[in-house]
Every structure is written in structure tokens, then in C-alpha cells.
Design a protein around this ligand. Structure first.
Ligand code: GLN
Length: 321
């Protein structure tokens, strides 16, 4: 690790400690009973640079469920199996300014077409497009894509899945509406199972940092040394993360952090920094960032996670703008 990386690591430890100590806002996602009791004091981060440098701090080893971060992966997977034009016939690429699970605009927009793949309506539609007929086949396809990215076989947290399956009335309502308007393909309950199971996949900050890094490199896998996501798909995914990835706080996040990112209600955030020439950046060739801290704000974004990203972006001048 270079001198620059040693300094960056020290800085990061200091910021993580400060934020852990002074930030007590937000609360765990209690609308999913199994997520309610997560330890809200935790904060962990992992950064992986294009040169292979890994910097970790805090509770970076904690295991958590992907939740909405899975929407990025299922979107990539749907583009891989169906092609971008087919996917975009069924889901738009416009931010909404509404909550991630909002139902209201579905009837107002060209009937039923979800606004983007980063909100629940769009993600349910995207999950229905995944290769395979049954939930099992679709999940197996999605697992293959995840393994291609992380090199690991994904595991589902069954407790989290069961807990959400029992209480997912709003997602059910969204999915049945999307079925009625023909955007959602196949059987509603099968699609709901795929969506809720993809949300329940367990990861660490390192797993999502690696996926972020691959996106930063336009789909090139720096460990496996191959193009695993077509460049066009990677660019589209990053644009969606930047404009829609932090739900109805995406505008504020772009303005005050300025990096493509996707959050989930378990408190994870996957972000990335494109290769840049700014001299404060310890990662001039680009990096992926994985964060975990389970207390979330009213938008569903990790409070400590966003505070930490804001700090890093400011100190290291990482905003893409
Ligand atoms: N499984 C969650 C839901 O559908 C995911 C939401 C999120 O992370 N924002 O409500």
C-alpha cells in the first residue's frame, strides 16, 4: 500500500469513528420485522481501487441483505438476457421524486409503465423479465450473474425473506397492478418471490464495493480480467444510480455528494468513483465503495452512510461534477 493509501486509511478511520460517535439519527427499517433489530450503531466501509488496493474501516465485515441494491444487479441481469431496448420498453429511466414504494404515478403515467428500475414498481417489472419461467429459474439466473461479479455463490437470508413475504402487501399491490397493465410478465406471486429473495441476498461491504468498482470501470472486471458487463449497460446503470439510486433524495445526493450510488433499507450503500485526475483522490484510477449502517432516514437511506460519503467526497474531491 502506498503512502497515499496509508494516509487515506488513517483519515477514513478518523471519520468513521467521529460519525459513529456523534450521529444518532435515523432508525432501522421496522416495516420489515426482521430488519427492525439490527444494531443501528454500526458503520462500516470498504473501498476497492482499480489497482487492487482495499481500504476498510469500522464494521466492514458485517453481513447484511442487499434490499434495493439488488435492483442494480437485476437491471444489469435483465439487460444481459433481454437486451436494453426490450427492458426499456417496459421500464422508463426517469426519476420520480416519490417514495421508493409509491404507487400513485403508475396510473398517471402512460398507463402503468414504471418510471425507473430503481423504485419498487420498476424493479418488480425488471425481475419478471429475468431469464427463466419459474421463480427458481429466474433466481438461478440472477445468482449466476452475481457469481460472475463477486466470484461468490449468493446466500439468501430466509428469515428476512419470510418476514417480508408475510408483510409485503404494498409490493403485492404494485405487482398485481403491473400485471393488469401487462408490464409485469409471468405469474405475480412467482415474480414477487424473485424480487423479495433478491432483496434478501446476504452481502458484505466488500461484495458491493467490488460491484461498484466493476461499474466504475465500465463493466471491466479487474480481478477476472474480462469485460463482464457490456459498456453500454454499465453506463446506463450508472446514470440510473445517479438520477434515481437514492430514491427521492437522489437530487440532494447528486448535488452534495456527486457520485452514482444505490441504497437499500437494510442500510447498505453501493457507490463508485470513476477514474479521475483530481489530486486529492487516493484512487485516481477509480474505485468501488460499499457502506453499511442500518439506521435509515425518511427516504430509506442510511444516515451515517450518507454522512460518511459526503465527508469522503468533500475531503477527497470525488464529486463527478
Ligand atoms: N425489500 C424492500 C421493499 O421492497 C426493499 C426496499 C428498499 O431497500 N428501499 O420494500
Amino acid at each position: 500500500m502506498s503512502y497515499l493509501h496509508v494516509t487515506a486509511k488513517e483519515q477514513l478511520h478518523e471519520w468513521v469513528e467521529q460519525i459513529k460517535e456523534f450521529s444518532s439519527e435515523g432508525k432501522t427499517a421496522d416495516y420489515i420485522p426482521a430488519l427492525k433489530d439490527m444494531d443501528s450503531s454500526q458503520l462500516g466501509i470498504c473501498l476497492i481501487g482499480a489497482d487492487g488496493t482495499v481500504i476498510q474501516s469500522g464494521d466492514y465485515e458485517s453481513v447484511f441483505t442487499l434490499q434495493s441494491i439488488s435492483k442494480v444487479i437485476s437491471f444489469i441481469a435483465a439487460c444481459l438476457c433481454c437486451g436494453i431496448p426490450y427492458v426499456l420498453e417496459r421500464v422508463d429511466v426517469e426519476p420520480t421524486g416519490d417514495a421508493f414504494n409509491s404507487i400513485i404515478r403508475l396510473e398517471m403515467h402512460k398507463p402503468g409503465k414504471p418510471f425507473n428500475p430503481m423504485i419498487n414498481a420498476g424493479a418488480l417489472t425488471v425481475s419478471s423479465l429475468l431469464s427463466g419461467e419459474t421463480a427458481k429459474e429466474k433466481l438461478s439466473y440472477l445468482f449466476d450473474v452475481i457469481t460472475m461479479l463477486t466470484g461468490k455463490t449468493p446466500l439468501i437470508n430466509e428469515t428476512v425473506f419470510e418476514s417480508e413475504w408475510q408483510t409485503s402487501h404494498r409490493n403485492r399491490a404494485l405487482a398485481y397492478y403491473l400485471k393488469e397493465t401487462n408490464y409485469l410478465q409471468g405469474e405475480v406471486e412467482e415474480v414477487l418471490e424473485v424480487y423479495l429473495k433478491q432483496c434478501s441476498i446476504e452481502v458484505t461491504t466488500e461484495d458491493i464495493a467490488l460491484i461498484g468498482l466493476i461499474l466504475s470501470l465500465d463493466g471491466y472486471h479487474p480481478v477476472f480480467h474480462k469485460q463482464v458487463i457490456p459498456k453500454e449497460v454499465a453506463k446506463l446503470t450508472k446514470a440510473l444510480m445517479l438520477t434515481c439510486g437514492m430514491y427521492n433524495a437522489s437530487g440532494k445526493f447528486a448535488a452534495f455528494v456527486g457520485m452514482p450510488a444505490k441504497s437499500g433499507v437494510s442500510g447498505g450503500i453501493m457507490s463508485l468513483v470513476p477514474p479521475n485526475t483530481k489530486k486529492q483522490s487516493p484512487f485516481p484510477d477509480g474505485c468501488g465503495i460499499g457502506i453499511y449502517s442500518p439506521a435509515i432516514d425518511e427516504y430509506g437511506n442510511s444516515v451515517k452512510g450518507v454522512t460518511l460519503l459526503k465527508k469522503i467526497a468533500k475531503e477527497w474531491d470525488l464529486s463527478i461534477f
